[in-house]
Write a protein of this length. Structure first.
Length: 149
């Protein structure tokens, strides 16, 4: 009986890990595409709003809000959406400041947003952190995204 219980727990653990890995690869793949695809961007924001408690999801949600701001015409709504996204990213960094993926997300946003918005203070710091910790990255997709930045 104990063997069956242990086997069941092991199976569930492997299934959960695989599901999380697939989920993250889905998010990573669509992150870059969302810049030019308004519908995808909106869908990813809605999807990530349902995922709570994970700082990486929060960082992607923030980054996608920043991307969404590019799709908005009204300047006040655009700036408000940008600030909400920036706040999500910074909260994710606070929650998991040693997470390479979160630092990559912040770097990608800071490198690509207009300088007049003033969201560029951590570019050098995040680049160095990613360089120092790139050996911890296991996702081939994430490694490629970092290399392309």
């Amino acid at each position: 009986m104990k063997f069956l219980t242990v086997l069941t727990i092991l199976f569930l653990h492997v299934h959960i890990v695989n599901a999380n890995t697939e989920d993250m690869e889905h998010i990573r793949t669509n992150y870059a595409k969302a810049v030019s695809d308004k519908k995808l961007c909106k869908a990813m924001i809605e999807e990530l709003r349902t995922k709570t408690g994970n700082p990486v999801h929060l960082a992607y949600l923030g980054a996608l809000k920043v991307v969404w701001a590019r799709h908005i015409i009204n300047p006040i709504a655009k700036f408000s959406t940008f600030n909400k996204g920036k706040k999500d990213i910074e909260n994710a960094v606070k929650e998991a400041h040693n997470n390479v993926e979160i630092r990559f997300i912040r770097l990608s946003v800071q490198k690509n947003c207009p300088s007049f918005l003033g969201y560029n203070a951590h570019i050098a710091q995040d680049k160095q952190f990613i360089r120092d910790n790139e050996n911890k990255i296991t996702s081939a997709r994430l490694k490629k995204m970092i290399a392309e930045l």
